[in-house]
Design a protein around this ligand. Structure first.
Ligand SMILES: CNc1nc2cc(C(N)=O)ccc2[nH]1
Ligand SMILES: [Zn+2]
Length: 373
């Protein structure tokens, strides 16, 4: 266990990297996928089950936790790790993205955002300073700078204006974060799909200096082609010796494409949220377990998968409990999906270490093309 936050790359294959982030609460193997634990829980999963899927780190949402149960209450109870019984690393987002997508009656100024809670309508204020304080109260190991993720569609001028405010907020986040050994503050690159704005944002962040750098402003409806278009150049604007975190991504093929383009960390609600609706992600692509074709199928979801859903149950059973709305359905499908996502990350890490990433990608794409059988 390290008392510091330290990223080291152990191998590269093309632009892809594999390595480890050492933190006081444990190691994070990269490329890493972070399950989302929005309200101090990865929905339908016990923390030990999340660990059993292979996760080294999970994500907490500042917006949700500040509204309920409240950051002060979590701090009084010993912090988020103790509160949710997850003693490994936690990354919390800044609240900026969700306040713009979930709250109402919002007023955005240079100072920050005032808004009404989507839960009870109570008034709140988020700024670089209050977001840093809230994330400190939660006790997260990786803190995200407070930024604005512009909604699409947006003109170049609107994206530039928003990015430049986010860079001023990045400086204020850095100043408010203070000196916290063993904890990390990540800056967030903005700039839409415009290379010049992305480069301006990266230069601004590097001049401030962060322990890691996120690529924001993506996975907001631009589509995979546009996202990969940005990832073809944006990671290269960031320091090689710091982790690069792509926010809110994504489907398995998004993840593979991002890792190939130099991304080290990702998070997405997809495996857990879609699992609860009966969507399974497998080597052969998506399987909707609610589909009638599974009703009498004695086979597992994936005969090569070692998760509890695939080793203990048939498609017919998963189909039944999903159709019946039984709680075990969300548990099993979530576990399977998180397990598959972590297996994909482990496969990517091993392929990069072996210098065989192009073979791995070819096999990944060939199996997906095969479709479910
Ligand atoms: C689900 N897509 C997504 N895009 C994101 C962008 C940001 C950001 N700060 O630009 C944060 C969270 C995000 N989640
Ligand atoms: Zn499985």
């Amino acid at each position: 266990m390290s008392d510091r936050f330290q990223f080291s790359v152990s191998a590269t294959d093309g632009r892809a990297r594999t390595g480890v982030i050492q933190t006081p609460r444990g190691e994070i193997r990269t490329p890493a996928f972070m399950p989302v634990g929005t309200a101090a829980t990865v929905k339908a999963m016990m923390p030990e089950s999340v660990r059993a899927t292979g996760a080294d780190i999970l994500l907490g949402n500042t917006y949700h936790l500040m509204l309920r149960p409240g950051a002060e209450r979590v701090a009084r109870l010993g912090g988020l790790h103790k509160f949710m019984n997850w003693e490994r690393p936690i990354l919390t987002d800044s609240g900026g993205f969700q306040v713009m997508s979930l709250s109402s009656l919002r007023k955005l100024t240079e100072d920050g955002v005032t808004f009404a809670s989507h839960i009870d309508g109570s008034k709140h204020f988020l700024s670089p300073e209050t977001s840093m304080e809230i994330q400190r109260q939660l006790g997260s190991d990786i803190v995200m700078a407070f930024d604005e993720c512009p909604a699409l569609p947006a003109t170049d001028a609107e994206v530039a204006k928003s990015m430049r405010m986010s860079m001023r907020w990045a400086q204020r986040s850095r100043d408010a974060f203070g000196d916290r050994p063993g904890h990390a503050l990540f800056g967030i690159m903005q700039g839409g799909v415009t290379p010049e704005l992305r480069e301006e944002s990266a230069e601004a962040l590097k001049s401030i200096g962060f322990e890691g750098y996120a690529i924001g402003g993506l996975a907001v409806g631009e589509g995979q082609e546009a996202m990969f278009g940005v990832l073809d150049y944006a990671p290269g604007f960031l320091p090689e010796n710091k982790p690069r975190y792509l926010m809110g991504v994504g489907k398995p093929d998004d993840i593979v494409g991002a890792v190939v383009r130099g991304v080290d960390m990702m998070d997405c609600v997809l495996p857990s949220r879609s699992g609860r609706t009966g969507q399974a992600w497998t080597r052969r692509g998506q399987v909707n377990i609610k589909n009638a074709r599974h009703a009498d199928d004695p086979r597992p979801l994936d005969e090569h998968c070692t998760c509890p859903a695939c080793t203990g149950y048939s498609r017919a059973y998963l189909h039944h409990v999903m159709r019946a709305g039984e709680m075990i359905s969300g548990m099993l499908l979530t576990w399977h999906n998180l397990h598959y996502f972590q297996e994909l990350m482990a496969g990517l890490r091993a392929a990069i270490a072996a210098g065989t990433l192009s073979d791995f990608v070819a096999q990944f794409e060939a199996q997906r093309a095969q479709g479910d059988i």
